[in-house]
Ligand binder design. Structure first.
Ligand code: SF4
Length: 238
């Protein structure tokens, strides 16, 4: 199982597979690449609803699979507490945070630079320090305008594969899985959030897209922090 090879095939599968078939496909994808990469396969956990599903799926493939969390000084208190609970239960999840000094309210004046320093760089550090050759994400192609054209397997960086095993899942299928498998989830969803990030850049939104509440009021609104778009090998600057 090497994944669909074109966005057209992805979009066809999003609506033709049922939720059980999507779960089976995700498990097969993780299993296939775990057999290829062993300990080099590591789950990136953003502590959101999609990440906890991917983490649960990975643990069904092998309890030995490791993870990493990138956190920032701006994460909500509830997210930090949720992270603490997850790491206490799964010490094979390592936490990365960049404590570099930054300008006051950089998230307002230059959110791209803020995300690059506080999110992208710690992911690069995690990839380097954990010896990651295949990182596994919770990216889904129906989340918003910036996520429609990804593939289940990407080769953006040399010697670093990116696996998006739940790319085909709808939002409702995420919640269906969480309910059926009783997966612990960040309590902020109970307040109405649909997509979670740093506190100053995340709002409750009732817009059409899940990510409409991210970076509201900036050119980045509904967009990306950069970990899915920027090179991730140490030394990369593009
Ligand atoms: S989400 Fe906001 S606060 Fe967090 S790193 Fe990006 S710009 Fe900075």
């Amino acid at each position: 199982m090497q994944g669909a090879t074109s966005p057209e095939e992805i979009h066809e599968l999003v609506n033709s597979l049922n939720s059980k078939e999507k779960v089976d496909r995700s498990l097969e994808l993780i299993d296939y690449y775990y057999q290829q990469h062993g300990d080099g396969l590591v789950v990136a956990n953003s502590l959101g609803k999609d990440s906890v599903v991917v983490w649960d799926l990975a643990k069904r493939v092998s309890p030995k699979i490791r993870g990493f969390v990138v956190t920032t000084r701006f994460k909500p208190a509830a997210t930090k507490q949720f992270m603490g609970e997850l790491v206490a239960k799964h010490p094979e999840t390592l936490v990365f945070q960049n404590d570099v000094e930054i300008a006051d309210e950089l998230y307002k004046t230059d959110p791209d630079q803020c995300c690059d320093l506080l999110k992208v760089q710690p992911v690069r550090q995690a990839v380097e320090e954990m010896g990651v050759s295949c990182w596994v994400t919770g990216l889904r192609c129906t989340e918003g305008r910036t996520r429609t054209d990804y593939l289940e397997v990407e080769e953006r960086d040399v010697d670093l594969l990116k696996l998006n095993p739940i790319l085909l899942w709808h939002e409702r299928e995420i919640w269906q899985y969480i309910a059926l498998e009783k997966v612990p989830v960040n309590p902020l969803y109970g307040e109405g959030f649909r997509s979670l990030g740093c506190e100053p850049c995340t709002h409750i939104s009732t817009g059409a897209n899940e990510r409409d509440g991210r970076w509201v009021g900036t050119s980045k609104c509904g967009g990306e922090c950069g970990i899915h778009t920027r090179p991730l090998k140490v030394g990369a600057t593009a």
